[in-house]
Design a protein around this ligand. Sequence first.
Ligand SMILES: [Zn+2]
Length: 303
Amino acid sequence: MKFERQKVPQPVYGTVNIYRIGDTLIDTGHVTEDSRMAMADALDSGGLADVERVVLTHPHIDHVGGSQTLPELAALPHVVFEGVPSIITDFRRYLKRVHEEIQERSIGLAADRSAIDESYFPIDDYAEDDIQIGRVVGDGDTVRLGEYSCEVIHTPGHSRQHMALWHADSKTMFSADLVSTNGHFMYGPLYGDVGSYIDSLQRLRTYDANYLVPGHGPVISDPTKRIEEALGKTRRAMSGIKTAVETTNDRIAAGQLAREVFEATEETIGFLTLVVCEYLEYLEDENEVVISYAEDGIFAASS
Ligand SMILES: [Zn+2]
């Protein structure tokens, strides 16, 4: 299968991939100015000239940016998963809720959140009202990418509205943000879920893909190994958190768990505490821990 990968700048975490397959564009970068300029240049200079349709893998700010900031992209018909239209056509409200979740989970941390805060609200003028929803798809539907027919695979975990796209003939899986570059569970605001993430990785493994084509980083040519690694890291993180909670006499702060289990530094503690909170919510659902929300932080204790 032939596709063109372009890397688009995004704040804090490196670059995000967009893919061109014939007349189809997968994802549209971040909303920041750097990203918007890169997308605008590609539309002008030919890299994205004559693109006629957009497929969004999931509604995160680094994957829908061009749709929100470039009227010519907003006007193209968008193919999106169930639940995505209400998010991207009311994007400022969604971002406000994301911001609230991040603030709430950062209570008690001395971490500097300003870079993340700024990256979430770089502009006021989102094209949310102008985005054309061409088609809403669900699990098992067929989507055309250029000349290729692909199957929609619902892969929640990083985002409840996350889809992978499977091209059976070439055994190519556009896996977006499900399998991260470092193999760790990647926090996704509001709709992340560790349990669904494990289920989605296990489902992805059954396809025996030759390639995973991710939302960040280079194409993955050893999918089974990378999926196994991701599952292993998740299991280890889970048992590390459980053990740390069980061996604490009283209660332990989410930030402290990030330091002990993920070796968080001052630079990474903010993001890794969000990750810990996702694990804690999963463990609470499994009756393994009890979470308490206090004025000076989020804490976990044995159940
Ligand atoms: Zn994402």
